[in-house]
Structures are given as structure tokens and as C-alpha cells.
Design a protein around this ligand. Structure first.
Ligand code: TRP
Length: 369
């Protein structure tokens, strides 16, 4: 069995074990060379591999790039927002940004038609990306199925540099559908370094540990490839936001997430039903205080709804000392959430028009197997 199956269930936790096993370095090592972002300050981005070249390039005013992919899996929720916030961070740093819509991967591994996959990417993901502040005119955005002949030809030739044993050891299987999706992903990750995109340069791919197998094999391919120079891509690793009920956040369990398109009252209701670290009785809570690690509402605040560290620390202190109750914490979250969703959903209406126009101008879909 593979250590990590990128197409399997996402595992939560055990980050230090994974770091040790796969040689992921702690982000603290390079934190002072990165922007002052809440994900870094709060350990949500916890590790990296090979980020030094990327940071050197930035400091030396050379080109550097960030690349990520969208796997369309349902409605766009706060878990997905983590990626968008990172894209924005890198765009603000001056990185070239490349975004792949993984319609081939969805087709091969999720029993989805290309058409369904593209529709989800456009309506759920891109629209929210734009509403959250991503400027598509400054991004190399493409659908894998429309990535162009060079991209797909390179993806096919990468097969020469990986053995079946490596595939099986890394992914736990070498199923053809998964393997062709994996090879397309290697091309995605190397795309910013294609000659037509300016050649070799440091590229960072922000991922969750589930995607690490792809990163490791892409680094392998990059160093072995004969016909063109590639730098090994770097990566950063972010924790997975847990579901509101505890455990996994999953697109197939609506109570586990808040979608950015959720009706505001429904979203508040989900907070009311969320798992907290509050104690069973008032007396016990006042005495022991909340268990913050087990509090999904606090997690939502820390990931997305409170920017100011001092404010978050104050809430944490009062909650852990039993001074405020779970119900009061939920009220804070509901107020913040309402404010955020109102603004976001307003922006989303504008974004929808913009995205439709962008797709119309840039893409024509002819292949619909
Ligand atoms: N496999 C990724 C996922 O399941 C999607 C993806 C495709 C991707 N190409 C990529 C992610 C390139 C990062 C870089 O979410």
C-alpha cells in the first residue's frame, strides 16, 4: 500500500509524522522570508520542500511562479478558500500564477463527464475565485483537456522516466486512468517552466499532504528529463480544515462545511450545530474552560474570519479560561460569517458576469467524450 493515496480519503492530522517520513521541512525555517500571512503565523501552512530557490529568486528580482490545480468536487466551501488565499498571497508577492482545471483527472478518477467537470470549475470555483479577488487576466488559467498539444505531448513522454514500481510504491496502484491523470499533473506542475513560458524558474505548488506523491514524482521527472531543463518544483503544505462536526470536511456532507454560496441563515444554523470544545455543563465550563483543539467554530475563526492575532488571542484566552461560553463563541462566528458572506455573495454576482465573459472569450469546447 502507498503511504498516501491522493485519490483516497483525505486524512486529518499526524502532520509531524508525515513531515519526518517524507522530508518536509518546517515552515518556521523560512517564515521570515515569506509575507506576514495568518496561515503562516498560525501554523496552517506548516511545511515546505525546496522553497529556498523560490525565495532567493524573489529576493534577487528574478522570475518565480506559483501553480495550483482545481479538482472540481462539488460546492465551493471554506476549505477550498484556503487555496485561493494562498494564490492571492503569491500574486501579491509578484509570482506568475498558473491554475489548471483538472477536468481530465476528474474524468478519469471521479466518474464525471468533462462537461460536468468544466461546469463545476466555472460556476463553483472560478466565480468564487474572482469574487475573492483573483484577477484572471493575470493568470495562466487552462483546462487540462484544452491545455494544448505541447502540454499533453510532454505529459505523455513523462512516462519514460517513471517505473511501474515507483508508481505502485508512491500511489499504491498503477491504474491506467490514475497514471495518465498523474502524468498530466506533472505537466501542470512543470508548465510554468516550459520554453514557451520562459523556461526554467523556481515554482511553488501549495498543497495538502495528500498531493505530496505528485510533488515527489514531478521532482523526479524534472531532474531526469533529457530534452529540456527543469528546476525541481517546490511545495508548501497546509493543514486541512476539519469539518464543522469534527472529522473530515467533505463535499458530500453539507453539514461538514459552509459553502460560500450557502444561504446566510442556513450557514448560521450550521454553526449552531457545530462541534465545540465547550464543557457539558455551565459549572464545568466555568471551571475547566474550553478545549480549543476540539472546537470547530474556533477553527473557522482562526482560518478565515479573524485577521487580527491580538483579537484571536483574546477570544482564545477568554474561551479557554471559561469566561465565555460556546454559545457566545458561536455568536461571534455567526456575526463575522454573516458579514463575510453578505459581501462575498454581492461580489459573486459581478464575478459571475466577468467569468462568463472570460470563458466565452478564451475557450471553445470541442471534445466531449
Ligand atoms: N490533483 C489535484 C487535486 O486532486 C488537482 C491538480 C491537478 C493539481 N493538477 C494540479 C494540484 C497541479 C496542484 C498542481 O486537488
Amino acid at each position: 500500500m502507498a503511504d498516501i493515496d491522493p485519490w483516497g480519503d483525505v486524512e486529518v492530522g499526524n502532520y509531524s509524522e508525515k513531515m519526518e517520513k517524507f522530508g518536509i521541512e518546517p515552515i518556521e525555517e523560512v517564515a521570515d522570508r515569506l509575507p506576514d500571512h495568518r496561515f503562516i503565523r498560525r501554523g496552517i501552512i506548516f511545511g515546505h520542500r525546496g522553497l529556498d530557490d523560490f525565495l532567493d529568486a524573489r529576493e534577487d528580482d528574478e522570475e518565480f511562479a506559483m501553480m495550483t490545480g482545481i479538482m472540481p468536487s462539488g460546492v465551493f466551501h471554506f476549505g477550498h478558500k484556503c487555496v485561493v488565499d494562498q494564490i492571492k498571497m503569491y500574486q501579491e508577492m509578484g509570482a506568475q500564477v498558473t491554475i489548471a482545471a483538472a477536468d481530465i483527472e476528474a474524468y478519469n478518477t471521479r466518474d464525471m463527464s468533462l462537461e460536468e467537470a468544466r461546469k463545476l470549475v466555472i460556476e463553483e470555483y472560478l466565480t468564487n475565485y474572482v469574487a475573492l479577488g483573483i484577477d484572471l487576466e493575470n493568470v495562466d488559467f487552462y483546462f487540462q483537456s484544452k491545455a494544448g498539444n505541447n502540454h499533453l505531448a510532454r505529459a505523455a513522454t513523462f512516462g519514460r522516466y517513471i517505473t511501474q514500481n515507483e508508481m505502485e510504491a508512491t500511489y499504491g496502484s498503477a491504474e491506467p486512468g490514475k497514471m495518465s491523470a498523474a502524468q498530466v499533473q506533472y505537466a501542470d506542475i512543470l508548465r510554468p517552466q516550459f520554453p514557451e513560458n520562459g523556461g526554467p524558474k523556481p515554482v511553488v505548488v501549495p498543497v495538502g499532504v495528500d498531493q505530496d506523491p505528485h510533488i515527489r514524482l514531478t521532482r523526479d521527472v524534472a531532474s531526469k528529463y533529457r530534452d529540456q531543463d527543469f528546476m525541481k518544483p517546490a511545495s508548501t503544505y497546509n493543514k486541512f480544515m476539519r469539518g464543522l462536526q469534527g472529522g473530515k470536511m467533505s463535499s458530500s456532507k453539507p453539514k461538514s462545511y459552509i459553502a460560500l454560496t450557502d444561504d446566510i441563515e442556513d450557514a448560521k444554523e450550521k454553526i449552531d450545530q457545530a462541534k465545540t470544545g465547550g464543557q457539558g455543563s455551565l459549572e464545568e465550563h466555568r471551571e475547566k474552560g474550553a478545549d480549543i483543539e476540539e472546537d470547530m467554530v474556533f477553527e473557522l475563526l482562526a482560518y478565515h474570519l479573524i485577521e487580527d492575532d491580538a483579537e484571536l488571542a483574546r477570544i482564545r484566552e477568554e474561551y479557554e479560561s471559561g469566561e465565555i461560553l460556546s454559545g457566545e463563541l458561536k455568536q461571534i462566528a455567526k456575526d463575522r460569517l454573516e458579514e463575510f458572506l453578505e459581501e462575498h455573495q454581492r461580489k459573486r454576482e459581478e464575478a459571475e458576469k466577468e467569468v462568463n465573459q472570460y470563458i466565452e472569450e478564451n475557450f471553445e469546447f470541442d471534445i466531449n467524450p
